[in-house]
Ligand binder design. Structure first.
Ligand code: CMC
Length: 429
């Protein structure tokens, strides 16, 4: 490799490929013309060495444990700002002034109600449906309710769809929860801030007054900030790929939500809490550590490890502090799950297997304990993740649509199936 180009020699041919440099982070080798010049594809299952796009939104240095949104460290955003400020930053690229922030909050708040017919759409689901199943369906259904914001070539419609998605996700998530527990839907209340409104839609009932606890609201708001965006992860890449065909934004976010549901991605917070409950007490930890290390056992420590972070997930540190704040506020002194979590973390961090493989706790390790203490059932954990990640998906989708060089995403393959053969009529097989 030399200067701003690299060379690849294959089958006696030498191909020059440009090296592109970003503002920070690894450079990339531009292989776009490789197939035309060599007749070969690159092969990278799981995309561990592949940059799928250029982006100005989020930067992660997994070795240093750094996460920046538009250049701002996640720790500073979580400490000083609120979730809607992070939304503004992700969407527009800069922190808002006071009047821009007030205007943004007003616009999001005015979009929180969903079409009344949506309530009847919910009735079609079984009462015991998983909230993520209901969310995937209802987000997709928004394309059928908001036709006036599905023309992706119109910047105004793109922005309206973005505001609608950010504003209506809490309403849909709360409705998914209320539906499964058989309680009436609670309409949004525009005098409340975004997160307090969500708490009220989840936990208020028409028969009683509901007072939002500001400590819990602030903690949940911080959890939303921590989940707002995370570069080109599986669900975001799903949104970009779906969007690359020109699909409408509601359909794209439904696709991202479906991808997030899996236990290796957003479903890990639910899986991590279930694992802590299964471990049950500190004495059982060595048995589970041994299972996690056993090559013949599929068990993994949920909430540990990350494709990109090979150091402490910076979000996990803030999450751990938030967990303690919430438990203190609720007067939960001896939570056996927290004892198991703290001891599990201590043992894993000093165990050779986890050290060598650089497996640190990720954000999902502590978020489950916090959400459970707040009163959310485990089935809602991934729905809360989807609510918060919607802004990241939307910002990345907009960035892609607004890039003039954007084309449909279409990976290729290494074919290992049967070569061409002649069809045999059924009677002769
Ligand atoms: N427990 C035990 N061993 C593990 C774990 C774990 N949680 N994670 C990875 N390993 C081992 C794995 O067995 C492999 O060992 P070997 O090299 O000997 O075969 C090695 O570490 C590398 O694992 P990998 O599966 O190749 O790594 P990956 O980058 O493909 O997977 C991961 C990343 C997050 C899917 C994985 O670490 C995992 O399954 N963790 C548990 C699920 C989890 O907590 N997911 C949430 C991720 S953070 C939130 C989000 O982004 O959605």
């Amino acid at each position: 490799m030399s200067g701003t180009t690299s060379q690849l020699s294959v089958d006696g041919k030498t191909v020059d490929m440009a090296i592109k440099t970003g503002s920070i982070g690894p450079s990339v080798i531009d292989i776009a013309k490789l197939y035309a010049q060599t007749g070969m594809f690159t092969y990278d299952p799981g995309f561990t060495s592949t940059a799928s796009c250029e982006s100005e939104i989020t930067y992660i240095d997994g070795d240093a444990g750094v996460l920046l949104h538009r250049g701002y460290p996640i720790e500073q955003l979580a400490e000083h700002g609120d979730f809607l400020e992070t939304c503004y930053l992700l969407l527009y690229g800069e922190l808002p002034t006071a009047s821009q922030k007030a205007d943004f909050d007003y616009r999001v708040t005015r979009h929180t109600m969903v079409h009344e017919q949506m309530a009847r759409f919910f009735q079609g689901f079984r009462r015991d449906a998983h909230p993520m199943a209901v969310l995937v369906g209802s987000i997709g259904a928004m394309s059928a309710f908001y036709h006036d914001s599905t023309d992706i070539s119109d910047p105004q419609q793109r922005m309206i769809a973005s505001m609608r998605l950010i504003a209506k996700m809490p309403t849909l998530a709360a409705m998914a929860y209320k539906y499964t527990i058989g309680q009436p839907f609670v309409y949004p209340l525009n005098s409340l801030d975004y997160t307090s409104n969500f708490l009220r839609m989840c936990f208020a009932v028409p028969a009683e007054e509901y007072k939002v606890n500001p400590v819990l609201s602030r903690a949940l708001d911080r959890i939303f900030i921590l989940h707002a965006d995370h570069e080109q992860n599986a669900s975001t890449s799903t949104v970009r790929l779906a969007g690359s065909s020109g699909a409408n934004p509601f359909a794209c976010i439904a696709a991202g939500t479906a991808c997030l549901w899996g236990p290796a991605h957003g479903g890990a917070n639910e899986a991590a809490l279930k694992m802590l409950m299964e471990i049950g007490s500190v004495e059982n930890i060595p048995k589970y550590i041994a299972k996690a290390k056993d090559k013949n056992d599929p068990f993994r420590l949920m909430g540990f490890g990350h494709r990109v972070y090979k150091n402490y997930d910076p979000r996990a540190k803030i999450m751990q502090k938030t967990t303690h704040e919430v438990l203190n506020e609720l007067g939960i002194k001896d939570d056996p799950l927290l004892d198991v979590a703290i001891e599990l973390e201590r043992i894993a961090l000093s165990d050779e297997y986890f050290i060598e493989k650089k497996l640190y706790p990720n954000i999902d390790f502590y978020s489950g304990i916090t959400l459970k203490a707040m009163g959310f059932p485990t089935t809602m954990f991934t729905a809360l993740f989807a609510l918060a990640r919607t802004v990241g998906w939307i910002a990345q989708w907009k960035e892609m649509i607004e890039d003039p060089s954007q084309r449909i995403g279409r990976p290729r393959q290494l074919y290992t199936g049967a070569p061409q053969r002649e069809y045999t009529p059924i009677g002769r097989r």
